[in-house]
Write a protein that binds this ligand. Structure first.
Ligand SMILES: Nc1ncnc2c1ncn2[C@@H]1O[C@H](COP(=O)(O)OP(=O)(O)O)[C@@H](O)[C@H]1O
Ligand SMILES: [Mg+2]
Length: 289
């Protein structure tokens, strides 16, 4: 049974079909990259999978459970974690607390008797619990340290600092750390290296490779082709909401439909040059083929 199975997923916004009858499957342990020009529907697809948005038609199953109609929190409790294209962290909370919040959905799933409260109240309750749960708290603290350690010296020395004091790249790293604290069965990364310089990008590649080596299943939205080639078991290409190519990375890279999606007739027919991201991607296609 595939870990993730998506069938005929469609989402329309007025007259625009942002995601158009997308089907995909992911086997446990696999990394599937989703690439495509800006506006192709990649983030919308993640929103549909994670329950933040609701499809017009189509189904998403995680580990055999249909996710249809479930809230994002229920979906998280089933083991699905994601990061956002425009990183989201709690600026006034420390690095440590931002990561701890990632355990919230998991802990509530393990203790269904707990009342439905927000993550901060949950943390506050944890603080007044007596020694009986001290061991659990120590285990959580150790887990935070281990997860932050995946990012070398980037986050660990800043564990007590508020997230708003972090650099942009560190906030993106922190978001991934929080997602990992869920101990996800499936991790969705939306452009994890967007806005990062080459050194930071190379570091992120190693972090994601480490997750992959540990057997984590991932969907990766990424524009930087060297990452896509290095990390993907398979690549799926979206254009105009629809899947236009899918397969092994090298084959997809050479697919004329893929090249056209980035630098195709649509653009040459216009006076304006294609968007910079498309030019860069096409350049990378040439450089790596
Ligand atoms: N909430 C929304 N309302 C209306 N249109 C949207 C909404 N979200 C996304 N879109 C549109 O759907 C298309 C796909 O967007 P998106 O999924 O963000 O693309 P990508 O992540 O591939 O760049 C775009 O044309 C975008 O403007
Ligand atoms: Mg996007």
């Amino acid at each position: 049974m595939p870990l993730l199975e998506i069938t005929g997923l469609t989402r329309r916004f007025g007259g625009l079909t942002a995601v158009d009858a997308v089907s995909l499957h992911l086997t446990a342990g696999e990394t599937l990259s989703i690439i495509g020009p800006n506006g192709a529907g990649k983030t919308t697809l993640f929103n549909l999978i994670s329950g933040i948005d609701i499809p017009d038609t189509g189904t998403v199953c995680l580990g055999g459970h249909s996710l249809g109609g479930l809230t994002p929190e229920r979906i998280a409790a089933l083991g699905l974690a994601r990061t956002f294209q425009h990183g989201r962290v709690f600026g006034n909370l420390s690095v440590r607390d931002n990561v701890l919040i990632g355990a919230h959905a998991r802990l509530r799933a393990a203790r269904p008797g707990l009342p439905l409260v927000g993550p901060l109240v949950e943390l506050a309750l944890a603080l007044v619990r007596p020694a009986a749960v001290a061991a659990e708290e120590q285990a959580l603290a150790d887990e935070v340290t281990a997860i932050l350690g995946r990012f070398g010296e980037r986050l660990l020395p800043r564990i007590d600092q508020p997230a708003h004091s972090l650099s942009y790249a560190n906030r993106r790293r922190l978001e991934i750390a929080r997602a990992l604290m869920l101990r996800p069965r499936l991790l969705l990364l939306d452009e994890p290296t967007a806005g990062m310089n080459p050194t930071e990008t190379a570091e992120m590649l190693e972090v994601i490779r480490g997750l992959k080596d540990d057997g984590l299943s991932m969907l990766l939205i990424e524009h930087k082709l060297e990452l896509v080639m290095a990390l993907s078991d398979r690549v799926m290409v979206l254009d105009g909401g629809a899947v236009i190519a899918e397969g092994m990375p090298a084959a997809v890279r050479a697919d004329p439909r893929v090249i056209e999606a980035y630098l195709g007739r649509r653009h040459s027919a216009e006076r304006e040059p294609p968007p910079l991201a498309a030019q860069q991607f096409a350049h990378q296609l040439e450089a790596t083929s």
